[in-house]
Design a protein around this ligand. Structure first.
Ligand code: SF4
Ligand code: SF4
Length: 348
């Protein structure tokens, strides 16, 4: 059964797959501490609790007591475009690599995961339970990825595989089947601290510890309203997410690229011109980002981020656009643009 499942995962398009036992691992305890320390910032969904008051994400017991194994599948989404650390044009911004794809990765990965699930259900005679998740369930996928041997959790908190790197989408299948687990992936970060040193907002406060409230990914995607002023300069020109701690990781130096059509970038999303993003009206935003994770930040959020990126560009050519944005009907966008104007004027 185990070999059949792993073969079905490969057939569905996953480069990596493994099986983790259900358990409460030391990483779950650290997750609880992380929540208790307020490191999840305003992401309250991470703090969801069951009726007994236990964090849902720290145990499968509360919402899937029938689960005995977790099948973890990973697919590479890296494409042949440069890394953010290689793109120096100050009039352009950065959208995280995972958000370039033509289709919403939740849908395309889930569809592949369902194929694996069908193979499992077709291979057993007794009744079993299964459930598939791509980012959507109360499961900390990366913990199970480690225990399924898919990759270790790096100091930047991403799952890393020694050959595939860290540009990986993860999907998990919980099953009531008792399957022989894989060996947990060994940590290969060694004495490296590149991600910690490169993080512009010092969000990796210690090896393996991320303060989400400082992380540009959180600030540009999840944070609603105004971004704290002291963090804006560190955001540089990231307008949706941040790839820096993965771009500098030596395990991504030779990361393979995928030929899968659904992960190839949409036109204009790789290192996009800030002026184009600022000029996008509501219809243009909907059209450009149809089915894209970028919709999560909404047009107002993207405009807020673009205004900050323009302020950080040091380029006075954005002053006219920013002056217009400073009169925006959305007070958060207007305030960010005013900040950016003042920053560019100070420089001038
Ligand atoms: S995603 Fe960016 S801001 Fe967040 S930890 Fe990595 S380098 Fe720092
Ligand atoms: S940059 Fe270095 S320390 Fe950070 S995740 Fe990669 S190998 Fe680990």
């Amino acid at each position: 059964m185990r070999e059949a499942i792993l073969a079905a995962a490969r057939e569905a398009g996953f480069e990596l797959a493994g099986i983790a036992p259900v358990g409460e691992f030391e990483e779950h305890r650290r997750f609880e501490e992380w929540i208790a320390a307020g490191r999840a910032a305003e992401m309250q969904y991470l703090e969801a609790r069951d009726e007994a008051g236990r964090l849902k994400r720290s145990s499968l017991q509360s919402f899937a007591p029938w689960a005995r194994s977790v099948i973890v599948c990973a697919i590479n989404y890296n494409t042949a475009q440069p890394y953010s650390t290689e793109c120096k044009d100050a009039s352009h911004g950065w959208i995280a690599r995972y958000a370039w794809s033509r289709e919403d990765y939740h849908d395309s990965v889930l569809e592949k995961l369902r194929r694996v699930e069908s193979a499992i259900l077709g291979g057993v005679t007794s009744s079993i339970e299964t459930r598939c998740y791509v980012d959507t369930g109360p499961v900390v996928e990366r913990i199970y990825a480690k225990y399924a041997g898919v990759g270790w959790i790096g100091k930047n908190t991403c799952v890393i595989h020694q050959k595939a790197g860290s540009w990986l989408f993860l999907g998990v299948i919980l099953t009531s089947l008792e399957l022989p687990p894989d060996i947990p992936a060994a940590d290969r970060c060694g004495s490296c601290t590149r991600c910690i040193d490169a993080c512009p907002t010092q969000a990796i406060t210690a090896p393996y510890q991320l303060d989400a409230g400082l992380c540009i990914s959180y600030l540009t995607i999840e944070k609603r309203g105004s971004i704290p002023e002291h963090l804006r300069e560190g955001m540089r020109r990231q307008v949706f997410g941040c790839d820096i701690c993965q771009d500098v990781c030596p395990w991504n130096r030779k990361a393979p690229v995928t030929a899968a059509a659904e992960f190839q970038p949409r036109e204009g999303l790789v290192n996009p011109a800030l002026e184009c993003l600022a000029a996008m009206d509501e219809g243009g935003f909907r059209e450009t980002f149809r089915g894209s994770p970028i919709r999560r930040t909404k047009r107002q959020g993207l405009r807020r981020n673009v205004a900050i990126a323009m302020g950080n560009s040091g380029d006075a050519k954005f002053l006219d656009t920013l002056q217009t944005m400073s009169r925006d009907g959305d007070s958060v966008v207007a305030e960010a643009a005013t900040w950016a104007v003042e920053k560019l004027m100070r420089k001038g």
